[in-house]
Ligand binder design. Structure first.
Ligand code: CU
Length: 239
């Protein structure tokens, strides 16, 4: 699969379709009301709510509506917190015996297991790699890892030009240690749905539990200057 195909697939990913769907409702509503509820020159529109300029329409108060409008979103937030608790806990798990175990010794592999119920991946152990960010490109360092586990390359991608490729292995988990040489950046691994800020003079870390092979883009999610929009790389996962 070429990188161009990957980009095309990305455009039609479900989140694009969802945003088109929501936009259609929002803008449809906006334009409908703008034209439907127009008044014309010389027309005296009926004041159905008895509104007076500068006076709060207290007669429109509805305690039941207000309480409902407070309690329902509150319950929604509790529910959203509840369902994101486990994934967030996994995303910020400890590198010392968390869900991804300890660093793999040479010749050992993560053997990732995906729990279909919770969506959480657990690993026997993980591999460490490094990412350095600068205006406006990414540098990957596989450290001591063998080529099959981690390798780098470059490729030419439409729109983005020449970009680095990070080649990882399906079924392995990587602990990425990151730092920036200048301003704040943030690698966004589109297909893994994960991103983290990269700072100058301070290390940040990010887990990459890899369960599916394929090519996808890595973009910069923190505005970092002129060429921010083309600060890209390719994540290529093989099995
Ligand atoms: Cu950047």
């Amino acid at each position: 699969m070429s990188v161009t195909t990957v980009l095309f697939d990305m455009l039609w990913d479900e989140y694009i379709l969802w945003s088109l769907f929501v936009s259609a409702i929002a803008f449809g509503w906006l334009y409908h009301h703008s034209f439907w509820f127009r008044s014309y020159d010389g027309e005296d529109p009926p004041n159905v709510d008895g509104l007076k300029v500068g006076v709060f329409p207290k007669h429109n108060d509805d305690m039941r509506l207000e309480v409902t409008w407070t309690i329902l979103p509150f319950l929604l937030i509790i529910y959203l917190t509840y369902i994101s608790w486990a994934p967030l806990d996994a995303m910020w798990t400890s590198p010392d015996g968390g869900v991804y175990g300890y660093e793999c010794v040479e010749g050992h592999y993560s053997d990732n297991q995906l729990d279909m119920g919770s969506g959480i991946v657990t690993s026997d152990c993980y591999h460490i790699i490094e990412i350095t960010a600068q205006q406006w490109f990414w540098s990957f360092d596989c450290l001591e890892l063998e080529d099959d586990l981690c390798d780098t390359d470059t490729d030419s991608v439409e729109v983005y030009g020449s970009v680095p490729i990070l080649k990882l292995k399906e079924g392995e988990t990587y602990f990425v240690v990151m730092e920036s040489e200048d301003v704040t950046h943030a690698p966004w691994f589109l297909n893994l749905g994960t991103k983290e800020d990269v700072l100058q003079g301070q290390q940040t870390t990010l887990w990459l539990p890899v369960t599916e092979s394929g090519d996808s883009m890595i973009l910069c999610a923190e505005y970092c200057g002129d060429a921010h929009s083309v600060m890209a790389a390719v994540l290529s996962i093989h099995n």
